[in-house]
Design a protein around this ligand. Structure first.
Ligand SMILES: *Cc1c(COP(=O)(O)O)cnc(C)c1O
Length: 432
């Protein structure tokens, strides 16, 4: 009935998530409210882990891309589910450390890691640095030298696969701010340079071809290109790179138009391609990392709002105003992202009314969705926006000095707070 398996409708006609009545949750915790379903998150983690077992002799590990939603509880769950973490800032590293995460299972990304972040990352025992550019190689080596340590590194490679067109293309990816280009020879020079530094140990190559991708083919092509490059490094430099990181980007369902492939199919096809290419180049089969972010938390999350007003503009549209908006979900304002909106108070009713869901900020563009079908919306109804687990809280702001909502975790009919609602006091905490 819904795009997300954790959702249902109860005898009152209310939307439920993880066995909890959303209208009751809205009353208990207030709105706006972020909700995550724990079973969905854990099952997705397990499907990634088991796909490595099934198709690749367990010779790999998923890393949760914590930029999708970084908080202590998610770090704990990742750890319990035996997956690593991909972190992109000092703040995400700090969060993982505070959660007691085993830091050797983290990869540190980013195209402009500051000296302070690098130093903090080394002190925090981050497992691997995914180096983006030559300045970073130099900087990282000099900081590692000062600390008298050797750090494990990976290099971010642009494989030249652009997955963001319907038929993905294999060139034209040079224009990206991330990583070293293959086709210009830049990546090969970077490998040579990396090998020359005494305080760096190059063990991995990394690529990430985009986000919200539904085709498997671009992932397979990228994997083949990367192993081919490992073959070149072996042949010309006599160096074996033993690990391959293929990034994230697996698509999820926001609306019924989206058709994600089972994540297992991805690992199945990629394994075959990596094994075949490795054999072709006489390479040992590499250890594989993947970095799912959105697909781990996206469909597990929903956001609840309370409707505060309606504005019918004849022949144009009906606005429905909610008590949140772009501060808690900026994705429609940022890139017109599609979402499914459900009237949680009347989840058993046909979605028969076309409305535009407007936030409460002083911006005309503060919309959650335009011209979307929802069951007759009245003031006081609880609205649910689905698939908001990824890139909502993590992108949230305090625009208009609106406190960030609380986040709760639901499981088998029970709920608990995992991130407290911000208070007005929190808002002025750093004001002098
Ligand atoms: C954003 C990102 C991911 C996660 O992407 P999703 O689309 O959320 O799966 C993984 N790796 C890198 C390097 C990224 O930048």
């Amino acid at each position: 009935m819904f795009v997300n398996d954790c959702l249902n409708v109860n005898e009152k006609g209310h939307l439920t998530i993880g066995g909890c009545d959303t209208v009751e949750l809205a009353k208990e915790y207030g709105t706006p409210l972020y909700i995550l379903d724990e079973n969905t998150i854990r099952n997705t983690c397990r499907s990634y882990v088991s796909s490595f077992q099934k198709f690749y002799n367990g010779n790999g590990m998923p890393l949760y891309a914590s930029k999708a939603l970084s908080c202590k509880e998610l770090c704990r769950i990742a750890n319990e589910e035996n997956i690593g973490l991909d972190v992109v800032s000092g703040g995400e590293i700090y969060t993982a450390v505070q959660a007691g995460f085993p830091m050797e299972k983290t990869h540190f990304h980013g195209n402009n890691k500051t000296a302070q972040e690098i130093s903090f990352a080394i002190d925090s025992k981050v497992g691997k640095f995914v180096v983006d550019n030559l300045y970073e190689l130099e900087l990282l080596n000099s900081i590692a030298k000062e600390k008298n340590v050797v750090v494990n590194i990976s290099l971010r490679i642009k494989p030249g696969v652009d997955a963001h067109t319907h038929n993905f293309i294999r060139t034209g990816q040079i224009d990206s701010k991330f990583g070293f280009a293959l086709e210009t020879g830049e990546a090969f020079e970077a490998v040579k340079k990396a090998l020359s530094y005494e305080n760096l140990s190059l063990t991995e190559l990394h690529c990430h071809i985009g986000s919200q991708i539904f085709d498997i083919d671009p992932f397979v092509t990228a994997a083949e290109i990367m192993v081919t490059f490992m073959g070149k490094i072996k042949n010309e430099l006599d160096v074996t790179i033993s690990e391959l990181n293929l990034g994230g980007g697996f698509g999820i369902m926001y609306t019924s138009d989206d058709e994600p492939v089972p994540y297992e199919n991805y690992m199945e096809k990629v394994s075959v391609a990596v094994k075949a290419k490795s054999a072709e180049f006489g390479l040992p089969v590499p250890y594989i990392y993947i970095e799912p972010g959105r697909s781990i938390v996206g469909e597990a999350g929903i956001t609840l709002y309370t409707v505060g007003g309606r504005k019918e503009i004849p022949d144009i549209r009906t606005y429905v105003s909610i008590d949140g908006g772009m501060p808690d979900n900026v994705r429609y304002a940022l890139y017109q992202s599609a979402y499914t909106v459900v009237n949680a108070s009347k989840a058993d009713k046909e979605p028969d009314e076309l409305v535009t869901v407007a936030g409460k900020c002083c911006e005309t563009g503060d919309l959650i969705q335009e011209h979307t079908k929802v069951a007759n919306v009245e003031v006081g109804d609880t609205l649910a926006v689905l698939s908001t687990g990824a890139y909502n809280y993590s992108m949230a702001s305090n625009y208009n000095r609106i406190p960030r909502p609380a986040m709760i975790m639901v499981k088998d009919g029970k709920s608990r707070v995992i991130i407290k609602r911000e208070s007005y006091e929190d808002l002025v905490r750093n004001d002098v």
